[in-house]
Design a protein around this ligand. Structure first.
Ligand SMILES: Cc1cc2nc3c(=O)[nH]c(=O)nc-3n(C[C@H](O)[C@H](O)[C@H](O)COP(=O)(O)O)c2cc1C
Length: 334
């Protein structure tokens, strides 16, 4: 049977090394985990503190791919050389971030309307880029067709992997994914393409695999934040409910203990755990109500007592996972 690669998506502000390591330790199933982006500042050297999330390489439990955001060839080469020195052989360029403060500077998906400029940058980058370069992008910034011209440019370069989130930038993370638009990319790209977007349960992945039989690399995002068992299940590992509860508890406990070591105060620690449960509540039945109870806790002690109770609840079925993903996660704030 064809081996399908599973990648864990980056989430700035959430999936730092503590999160990625806890996920890898208690659930696993990923071929690689992508780290949230590091931005350059156009200087001759990358500030070492920016590398803390991914360096040293040995402190990553799962194979990790650092990600950067930049528009300058000189800086991109510097990222390549810096990560090579730290033992990495592959880094990822973020050409997908949709937020206007980034995209307005032609960063993230803001570069997609300018294929000629991208061509000039890549031409310089590949003169001396020392390691593998992959790209994470979208179908466009303002309109879906934008990616097609970009792909023609990328076809001239050895892009290790092109991960395409099947939305445009102005959709941010909501609205439907455009599967026809993704299909067009497959027919144009000569570089290997991975699919990303709205894989919220196992059946949905199977649907995508049937639609795109030529794709064998899949990036899981919010679906895996909601259901950390997703990658295991895709790998065919199903465990008892009791074992699932035990793993979830251990996962939360590792994040809490790790958070305690770095959080400046209780409110920050609680805030960081609520950010985790904003997604994770959806793995339990009636996840929206679970999250609203978690959101109301004011002390770590209350939070801990509540979590022990909530973890006795039944798990969400596939319909509930999809519902939480579609209706919940995109529209609520914490
Ligand atoms: C809060 C948040 C932070 C994100 N941070 C990053 C990031 O640092 N780098 C990146 O490439 N994508 C980032 N993304 C996008 C996700 O990696 C992923 O592409 C997106 O959620 C679509 O996949 P999904 O539908 O499976 O969640 C972020 C998304 C969210 C919601």
């Amino acid at each position: 049977m064809q081996h399908h690669e599973l990648l864990f998506a980056p989430f700035k502000g959430l999936t730092d090394r503590r999160y990625r390591n806890a996920l890898a330790r208690h659930f696993g199933g990923y071929d690689a985990m992508y780290a949230p982006f590091i931005s350059g500042v156009g200087q001759e050297r990358i500030n070492p503190s920016k590398l803390d999330d991914v360096v040293p390489l040995e402190e990553n439990l799962a194979p990790t791919v650092p990600q950067f955001i930049s528009t300058e060839a000189r800086e991109i080469i510097l990222f390549g050389k810096t990560f090579q020195q730290h033992g990495y052989d592959h880094i990822n360029w973020n050409l997908g971030c949709p937020f206007s403060r980034i995209a307005n500077k032609k960063r993230g998906c803001g570069m997609l309307p300018y294929p000629e400029e991208l061509d000039r940058i890549l031409n310089d980058v590949f003169k001396e880029f020392p390691i593998k370069l992959s790209i994470k992008t979208r179908l466009g910034y303002y309109k879906q067709g934008e990616i097609l011209k970009v792909l023609e440019v990328l076809n001239q370069y050895p892009i290790h992997l092109l991960i395409i989130h099947a939305r445009i930038g102005t959709q941010i993370y909501s609205g439907e994914v455009n599967l026809e638009g993704f299909k067009d990319c497959l027919s144009v790209s000569k570089n290997p393409v991975a699919y990303n977007g709205d894989i919220y349960h196992l059946a949905r992945l199977r649907e995508m695999q049937d639609l795109f039989p030529q794709v064998n690399t899949w990036m899981l995002g919010r679906g895996a934040l909601i259901n950390p068992f997703l990658a295991m299940e895709i790998r065919g590992v199903f465990i008892s409910e009791a074992e699932k509860r035990r793993k979830l508890y251990a996962f939360h406990q590792e994040l809490l203990e790790g958070g305690r070591r770095v959080a400046v105060n209780q409110a920050r620690l609680l805030g960081s755990m609520k950010a985790v449960w904003y997604y994770l509540s959806g793995v339990l039945e009636n996840g929206t109500e679970v999250f609203s109870r978690i959101k109301k806790t004011r002390t770590i002690l209350d939070y801990q007592v509540l979590i022990e109770n909530e973890l006795q609840r039944p798990f969400a079925n596939e319909a509930a996972l999809e519902n939480y993903f579609r209706k919940g996660v995109k529209h609520r704030g914490i």
